[in-house]
Design a protein around this ligand. Structure first.
Ligand code: EPU
Length: 422
């Protein structure tokens, strides 16, 4: 008997109604979990999304010596007993970009670290030179092998680092390394994403001294090694998951509440949604999103925060596919992040690519077909596109979606969409 891998089946749906709750952000929680390597003690993280990347990060932390257990559906207890081995076993860490986030905490606290090369979505090359160069400036010796990276430093030294790009991962790694460096570390051109701010806030609650949180200059006054304390922290709401439910109602029509969404973290995107004809009204506990007419096409560029995040792009492309007129997207962060366009074309979308720019001519309706998920955000966007496709859209390789979305199918069903996981 042939066993089929799980897939998601979407049928044309709408108008959507009801409310959906947004959990904590994947791109924050994984870094918060890695930060528990910095100090002994008990940690409780709340608003944790039930996604497979959290499971993977738990397994990796377990192998390093941090125990993890779920206290509830969204509450994770982590215990750093102080018995840490700063070497990630070879078999761990194959699939996540965030795997590199243990490097900074391990190196600064234990004086050495061995990690495997980080994985993550394939956007055509994801270098780590900024992480490496920054740590070297702080006095680390780094050997990059074929399969692993080994870093050593008796004690890191504070210094001035100007990042060539406001890299999220490099900012986070250098920031966590700086908390126990000797002296002051200044990171210029630092990433300002809400998830980076969330990490800063957790580190401060552990006793770190960080100035300039949310700005592009972070100043970290190093503390004595091992002097930080464990903490309890609530993970910041996931702006990309929030944007996904907003995109769903935008294409399918309807009137929904997206609860716990932090609109102040999504201003540039909400302006775009408004220009496309989606009404977005901030409320006390989230945002009301209504869409009653065909969307209008727009042009936009992806940029680091506070600009339009590259992670929103596939959702916006799904919206452009059924908008009136022609729109475009220019990708400035990951020029190779267009693999999914082929899958949209299978649904009848009219998209042309010129270098790092895609132009999309809207069609009235997409056509249900079979598509494969190339990465997390594109996967969610294909599900959204299926809501406005005739017939049935069958989505394969959905493990990517599970890495970053907890119960996308159940949540869309709760809004009245016809989506099934089989
Ligand atoms: N870059 C370098 N050298 C480096 C690091 C980055 O050249 O050492 C370049 C990258 O190639 C890219 C740009 O800098 O062109 C930005 O990359 P960044 O380091 O900011 O991205 P990241 O930390 O690898 C995180 C998220 C991504 C998100 C990007 C941009 C995590 C685990 N991943 O990646 O999220 O797209 O920031 O906001 O936090 C996703 O969640 O689906 C996802 C891919």
């Amino acid at each position: 008997m042939k066993i089929e891998s799980p897939r998601i089946v979407v049928r044309r749906s709408g108008p959507l109604t009801g409310s959906v709750n947004v959990p904590g952000a994947k791109n924050s929680v994984l870094k918060l979990m890695a930060a528990t390597l910095l100090a002994e003690g008990d940690y409780v993280l709340t608003n944790v999304p039930a996604i497979t990347d959290v499971q993977k990060m738990s397994e990796t932390l377990n192998s390093l010596g941090v125990a993890t257990e779920w206290l509830g559906p969204h509450e994770l207890h982590l215990v750093n007993s102080g018995n840490i081995t700063p070497e990630v076993p070879f078999e761990k860490f194959d699939k996540m970009r965030a795997s590199i986030n243990v490097l900074g905490p391990l190196l600064t606290h234990y004086g050495s670290a061995r990690i495997n090369w980080p994985g993550g979505d394939d956007f055509g090359g994801r270098p780590i030179n900024l992480h490496v160069e920054g740590l070297q400036r702080m006095g680390a010796t780094i050997d990059e092998g074929l399969y692993d990276i080994f870093a050593h430093a008796e004690r890191l030294k504070g210094t001035n680092i100007e990042l060539a790009l406001p890299s999220v991962g490099a900012t986070e790694n250098l920031l966590t390394a700086a908390v126990y460096a000797k002296g002051v570390t200044v990171i210029d051109n630092a990433a300002r994403e809400p998830e980076v701010q969330d990490l800063c806030n957790m580190l401060v609650s552990m006793g770190a001294d960080i100035e300039g949180i949310g700005t592009s200059r972070l100043v970290i006054h190093g503390r004595e090694r091992g002097s930080l304390k464990s903490t309890k922290h609530t993970v910041v709401a996931d702006r990309v998951q929030a944007a996904t439910y907003m995109a769903a109602v935008a294409v399918a029509g309807g009137d929904i509440m997206v609860r716990s969404a932090r609109t102040e973290h999504m201003e540039a995107l909400l302006n775009l949604y408004a220009r496309m004809g989606v009404a977005v009204t901030p409320q006390r506990d989230g945002v009301r999103v209504t869409s009653h007419e065909r969307l209008r096409a727009i042009d936009f560029i992806t940029e680091p925060y506070p600009g339009i995040a590259t992670d929103y792009k596939p959702l916006l492309v799904a919206m452009l596919c059924v908008s009136r007129g022609e729109g475009s997207v220019t990708e400035t962060l990951f020029p190779g992040r267009f693999k999914y366009i082929e899958e949209f074309r299978r649904l009848g979308a009219s998209i042309a690519i010129y270098g790092n720019k895609a132009t999309v001519r809207g069609v009235y309706e997409l056509i249900g077909s079979e598509v494969k998920v190339p990465d997390i955000r594109a996967g969610a966007a294909l599900v959204v596109a299926g809501l406005v496709a005739s017939g049935e859209t069958v989505i394969r390789d959905i493990a990517h979606i599970d890495r970053g979305y907890d119960d996308l199918v159940g949540k869309l069903n709760g809004l009245g969409a016809d989506v099934t996981r089989v």
